[in-house]
Each structure stands twice: as C-alpha cells, then as structure tokens.
Design a binder for this molecule. Structure first.
Ligand code: PAF
Length: 274
C-alpha cells in the first residue's frame, strides 16, 4: 500500500489505472470505514482511501481541533483491508489558497435535519468531496449510510454535475449492542457508551411502531425526543422522512427515521430505514 501526501504524486500513481474506487474519510477509522474499503475492492482496479479532516465542514464551535488524527493506525487497518493507496494531504496541499469556489447544495435537501443544526455543513462536505473526487479520478465512490443525508446530498451532486462516478452506499456497522460505529464514539466514557444505546433503541421503537401500522408520525417523533430528553440527552431532531428526498412522507412512501442528539458534549447521529 502506498501512502501519498501530494496531488502530483497521486496523479503519477494513478496513471496506470482506469477505474479508481474511492472511500473518502476523515480518518480515525473503525470497522464501518474498513467495510467500505472491502466493498470497494471489487468495484475498481485500484482502491483508494482519502484521509483528510476538512475544516470547511466544521463550525467554529465544533470539534475540528480535537477531531482524532490517527494516521499510523489508520494505515495499518487500511492495508489489512486491502486498500492500495492512502491519500492523506496536508491542509496546505488541498487548500493552497482559501477555497473561495464552493459547491452550494440546494436548501430543500441540505438545510434540513443535519444542515439545519449545522449551517454550512453540506457546503463544506460537497466542496471537499468534489475536490477529492477530482484528484482521485474516482469512477466509484463509497459513503456510509450512517450519514444518510450526506450520502443523498452527494448522490444528487454527482448526478446534477453529470460526474462519471457511481456513488455506492455502505450499510451502517454496529457493535453487538446496536450502537452505530462512529469516530465520535471515541469521545464517550464506558458508561456513556452504554447510555448511547438509547439512540438506536429509540429508532428501533419507531420502526416497530410504523411497521405495526402507527400513522401519527409527529407523535412518534415527539415521544422519541421526550425519551431522549428524559434520559439527559439534548436531541436536535428525531424525524421520520421519505427515503427518496428526506421530505415529509406520504402514505405508501418508503421511510427512514433519523436522529441526532447530544450526550453530554458528544453529538451522535443514527438512522434506520423502515
Ligand atoms: O463522512 C465523512 O467522513 C466526511 O464528511 C467526508 C465525506 C469524508 C468529507 O469530508
């Protein structure tokens, strides 16, 4: 496996390939990322993982400075998972000048849910992903479904810009108890990791209720928020939406329930398709 830090070196390394399959990440990799790398393997003739903590998608009060940077361990895991190239640029390599050209996703998709609570987040994500897809010459790009809205925003961006890239989603990986794997789980104490199970349990409860015929989605959302608050969480949203576009579902639409909530100072997100 090659570890590459510059765009020039990456272009050089890619000249012999026709179909790069790319897994963009911010590092501090867990089994969810590695599953994406294994999923990527048969989808291209070279498997690339990018590791870049993208300042553009963090608000000033968020955890950009403390976001865990574990390049050495990440590379060991990536090599074991069969990754061929790790592209880990410095900030000055990817953003040699202030990035003033930015990708602005449509408000109806990007200013709801995550985008409502993290204004500008999807501008940062789209801008860096556009750039990473360009520098890695991706023909297939894989993103985890845990970031459900992110996957949808990127799918739409790739489609609307007619990029010749297949966007592929990877299933959310969970620990035995049901906690969705996330780099931010590393911020949790052992006791909080137990408490954190309430998020997926709340989502499972809503899935069951909808499957058994409950149609009052607003009530389910409200009760989900209340259950989290009662246990000391600060929920941003618990929302049942249409899978296709994350708008309010109509009868018969395929649905997804999404939630974001803060447990002490750690903000976690999760979702389940219904
Ligand atoms: O999901 C992530 O880790 C990031 O948002 C991404 C897609 C790598 C862009 O920085």
């Amino acid at each position: 496996m090659k570890l590459i830090h510059t765009i020039a070196e990456l272009r050089d390394a890619l000249s012999q390939y026709r179909h790069p399959a790319v897994v963009p990440t911010m590092g501090n990799l867990h089994a969810g990322h590695l599953a994406l790398v294994r999923q990527a393997k048969p989808l291209g003739d070279v498997t690339i993982s990018t590791i870049f903590v993208n300042r553009l998608q963090f608000a000033p009060h968020e955890d950009f400075d403390t976001y865990p940077r574990t390049l050495e361990a990440d590379c060991q895991h990536l090599e074991a998972a069969g990754c061929d190239i790790v592209f880990a640029p410095k900030e000055s390599e990817l953003y040699p000048q202030a990035q003033t050209f930015k990708v602005h996703p449509p408000t109806e998709l990007a200013d709801i849910l995550e985008g409502h609570f993290r204004p500008g987040f999807f501008i940062g994500v789209c801008t860096v992903v556009m750039k990473l897809l360009a520098v890695t010459q991706a023909r297939t790009a894989l993103f985890g479904k845990k970031d459900y809205q992110q996957l949808m925003v990127i799918r739409n961006m790739v489609k609307q810009f007619a990029l010749p890239i297949d966007v592929v989603g990877g299933e959310t990986q969970r620990n035995e108890a049901g906690l969705a794997l996330s780099s931010r789980n590393g911020y949790l104490t052992p006791a909080q990791r137990e408490e954190a199970l309430l998020l997926s349990a709340t989502l499972r409860g809503i899935v069951q209720a909808v499957r058994s015929g409950e149609t009052d989605l607003a009530r389910l959302e409200h009760e989900g928020m209340q259950a989290l608050r009662a246990a000391g969480w600060m929920p941003d949203y618990v929302a049942v939406r249409r899978q296709a576009d994350l708008q309010t579902p109509q009868v018969g639409d395929a649905k997804v329930v999404l939630a974001a909530a803060r447990l002490a100072s750690t903000r976690l997100i999760d979702n389940l398709e219904i």
